[in-house]
Design a protein around this ligand. Structure first.
Ligand SMILES: N[C@@H](CCC(=O)N[C@@H](CS)C(=O)NCC(=O)O)C(=O)O
Length: 209
């Protein structure tokens, strides 16, 4: 059997989602190993020094950051041209991964973050979301057509939305809502959300991509 890159993944993790989106778009085949974060296999921990998903194991070379996994996959092949986006796209991804993700964690897991109120975190996140809504005015994607920025950011926007769906849907950001709905209803998203049973050392490999 040919050795394929191994992707350690967790279905509901937004970082793992974006890695899977890029791998699926690239057409690169990988072996997918689903794990449970509360029961990490020894082989996963031996690969991932940080113990986080996603992790790509390229025959001993480890890619431990999801954005790097996206770049790796799209560097192999990028038929949808996701890498073709303005430099501003990278700044947006940095904002999403930095201040927006911090707000998301404080909002979603506010019990674990007793400093600051949940409402403040919601408002902090909303500032970024309103900025995206403005960019989406009159177009389906942040830069007119699907790009790395959409796919790197959308899984986190989805998580923010699902934290309090009624509140999210009541906000005045129609273009953001349309963007998120187009993503969550897409076959591309459905294709990366297939359920797998957690990996076992003696199982047949699961092909993905
Ligand atoms: N910066 C990393 C973050 C990955 C990350 O934090 N993943 C979470 C799951 S969404 C994780 O594995 N957490 C470890 C744990 O919960 O034990 C990346 O972009 O890949």
């Amino acid at each position: 059997m040919t050795q394929l890159p191994i992707l350690w993944s967790f279905r509901r993790c937004p970082y793992a989602m974006r890695a899977r989106l890029a791998i699926a778009s690239s057409g690169q085949k990988v072996e997918l190993r689903e794990i449970l974060l509360r029961d990490k296999p020894a082989a996963f921990l031996a690969t991932s020094a940080k113990g986080t998903v996603p992790v790509l194991d390229l025959d001993g070379t480890v890619i431990a950051e999801s954005i790097d996994a996206m770049h790796w996959a799209l560097g192999q092949s990028d038929p949808a041209n996701w890498l073709n986006m303005p430099g501003e796209g990278h700044d947006l991804i940095a904002q999403a991964d930095g201040p927006f993700k911090t707000a998301l964690d404080r909002y979603k897991y506010y019990v674990r973050h007793p400093d600051g109120t949940r409402g403040t975190a919601q408002q902090d996140g909303a500032v970024f979301l309103a900025q995206l809504d403005k960019m989406l005015l009159g177009q389906d994607w942040l830069f007119g057509r699907p790009s790395l920025a959409d796919m790197a950011i959308l899984p986190f926007v989805r998580q923010f939305a699902n934290t309090d769906r009624a509140w999210f849907d009541a906000q005045d950001w129609p273009d953001l809502l349309r963007w998120l709905a187009a993503f969550t209803q897409s076959t591309a998203f459905a294709d990366v959300m297939t359920k797998y049973t957690p990996w076992q050392p003696d199982q047949d490999r699961v092909l993905f991509g």
